[in-house]
Design a protein around this ligand. Structure first.
Ligand SMILES: Cc1ncc(C[n+]2csc(CCOP(=O)(O)OP(=O)(O)O)c2C)c(N)n1
Ligand SMILES: [Mg+2]
Length: 580
């Protein structure tokens, strides 16, 4: 049945819905479309023909790229975007990315059309295709329910803008995270007059802000911090707000606090800060009498690391109860939900108001005592990268150090190197907020999509993501380089190819060090093949791609890849590192 245009002065729900997205400030719809989106597609064309503003559609051949692009964009801007997918099938493909975004507390509005409910052509938009019978599961939202903080099925066009506003406000309210909306096809085509569909402005319906610490809590924490002998901060995602990084650096220097990033998903402190103590709290815990956990989900692994029983812990976090962790288990003595940037600035003020000369001298003395320890750490890091490694078995630490030599401070590095993460963390100098991102979730194949999203948000900076050969397969790479080409988003991919899943092998060895798998040296983890030329996947979509097996070829190869970026082409560099 062909649908006639809506009567004069009436517009479809789809149009009001698109207007609602535009009103909230959503700039991009990372989309993978289907029969459910027909009226949206029609209205997009109408809005364009009329010269009306609407979010830009970024077509992604695979939903994995769409959802992680939204993640990367949100990670560096704080702004949640839209991801439009096809019924249950597209939702299922996006689900792993929803897991990653939920764990990173990144806002995103995932939207899926619904298969039509009208079976006999009773209303416009009714079923007209075989797939409509098979794409109507009982509980479509169950595909992503563990990863969302809000879900809604759009019941009518009259609430189109209200529902979008609500989705937008909920996803940005801390702890931020994904929301999910379904859009029935018949609802999208229903006509309404503009008076029937009201707007809901941000100033009255917007997101709720996370507050500061109460004044008395700030004073108490400041007093404890000032009295501590060896204070320590452990953090992972405080850098999700750039201003929190400066606040932490300033407080750490004022008070002489050692700062560790454990499994960072954002850079939280400059690696050049005198207070930066690396990525592992284990060696520091024995002499830590007072610790501050800031925006962190897992401060250490209790299986291998023990904190002192008498260390006093204060925990300030956007989500200190860890509402999405069924089991958690880290003790603390004081717990506050708060915006860390604000909390740290307030603590800074409180310390200044309480500090006397004796305090400043104590801090100076303590920091002077760190020099040797810091020097030793830097020497260990340098030693790890000293040997380039033989042909086809390059040393990942050396490879990362070489990449670091050619990067600029504002370039963004995204880490998905799994067992080679220490090399990425330690060998690539990073100083600026938002110049380093890591994964927060456990779903592999995120960094390429994130890199595209970051590049979209920061077109003038170079974006480099570093992944394993396993991660490359997971990233849906044909979709990655297709989007890079079509959207003009030149990113650099570095694949540390160790011939398989080192993480899986190590996991077996941790639990069954002397078991039959270990004895046979067979861990079901080798990805073998006569031909494994990842670079050709990138080349197939117009990107520059090359493989390096010998150390002496690497510096020039990195330079060629960066040159390709300058020319607007994505690049893929495969480094053949030591095999598992
Ligand atoms: C979607 C998904 N599937 C499977 C896993 C399990 N897994 C964790 S690490 C890993 C191996 C990753 O291999 P690679 O990226 O090459 O890194 P390496 O372990 O070699 O350092 C696998 C399969 C996962 N985390 N996510
Ligand atoms: Mg690997």
């Amino acid at each position: 049945m062909s649908e006639s245009p809506p009567p004069k002065n009436r517009h479809t729900t789809a149009r009001y819905f698109l207007e609602g997205l535009q009103e909230t400030g959503i700039r991009y719809l990372f989309s993978n479309l289907g029969t459910d989106h027909v009226t949206l597609i029609d209205e997009m064309a109408r809005l364009q023909a009329e010269g009306q503003a609407m979010p830009e559609v970024v077509l992604c051949p695979h939903e994995n790229v769409a959802i992680h692009m939204a993640g990367g964009y949100a990670a560096v801007t704080g702004q949640g975007q839209g991801v439009m997918v096809h019924v249950d099938a597209g939702t299922a493909n996006a689900a792993m990315g929803m897991h990653n975004l939920m764990r990173a507390r990144l806002p995103v509005l995932l939207m899926a059309g619904k298969a039509p409910y009208a079976l006999h052509g009773e209303v416009p938009g009714a079923r007209d295709n075989y797939v409509h019978y098979v794409q109507d599961p009982f509980d479509i939202a169950s595909l992503v329910r563990p990863y969302i903080k809000w879900e809604y099925n759009l019941p009518s066009g009259v609430v189109a803008k209200e529902a979008v506003r609500r989705a937008h406000s909920v996803m940005h309210t801390e702890p931020a995270g994904p929301v999910y909306m379904t859009l029935p096809r018949e609802t999208l085509i229903e006509p309404w007059t503009p008076e029937q569909v009201k707007s809901y402005p941000a100033d009255r319906y917007g997101a709720v802000r996370m507050g500061a610490l109460p004044a008395e809590a700030t004073l108490q924490i400041a007093r404890e911090l000032m009295a501590a002998d060896n204070p320590l901060v452990i953090t992972s995602y405080l850098g999700r707000k750039a201003e929190a990084v400066q606040a932490l650096e300033a407080l750490a220097e004022l008070c002489g606090i050692r700062v560790v990033e454990f499994s960072p998903s954002w850079l939280c402190i400059s690696r050049e800060s005198p207070c930066f103590f690396g990525f592992d709290p284990t060696p520091l815990l024995p002499d830590t009498d007072w610790g501050l956990l800031l925006d962190i989900d897992v401060p250490w692994l209790p299986h291998q690391t023990r904190a002192r029983e008498d260390t006093r812990w204060v925990h300030i976090d956007v989500d200190p109860i860890k509402k999405d962790f069924p089991a958690w288990g880290f003790a603390s003595d004081v717990r506050w939900p708060a915006d860390c940037a604000q909390a740290l600035r307030d603590l800074h003020q409180a310390v200044l108001s309480l500090a006397d000369d004796a305090f400043h001298q104590k801090v100076a003395h303590r920091m002077a005592g760190w020099r040797a320890q810091r020097q030793q750490r830097l020497e260990r890091v340098a030693a790890a990268a000293a040997n380039p490694g033989p042909e086809d078995a390059l040393n990942p630490a050396w490879v990362c150090a070489q990449i670091g030599l050619q990067l600029r401070p504002d370039d963004v590095v995204i880490n998905e190197a799994i067992r080679n993460s220490p090399a990425v963390l330690q060998q690539i100098p990073r100083t600026r907020p938002m110049s380093f991102l890591g994964g927060a979730g456990g779903g592999l194949g995120y960094s390429a999509g994130m890199a595209l999203g970051v590049k979209l948000a920061r077109p003038h900076d170079r974006v480099v993501h570093i992944e394993g050969d396993g991660g490359f397969h997971f990233s849906t790479p044909t979709s990655v380089y297709a989007v890079a080409q079509a959207q003009g988003l030149p990113i650099l991919t570095v694949v540390l190819d160790n011939g398989g899943w080192q993480a899986v092998k190590e996991a077996v060895l941790r639990v069954h060090p002397d078991g039959p798998a270990s004895q046979a040296g067979e861990f079901q983890a080798r990805l073998e093949g006569e031909k494994r030329q990842f670079e050709q996947v990138a080349q197939a979509f117009g990107a520059h791609g090359e493989r390096v097996t010998r150390a002496e070829d690497l510096p020039a190869a990195i330079a060629r890849c960066l040159h390709a970026l300058e020319q607007g082409r994505a690049a893929l560099l495969v480094a053949s590192v030591a095999k598992i």
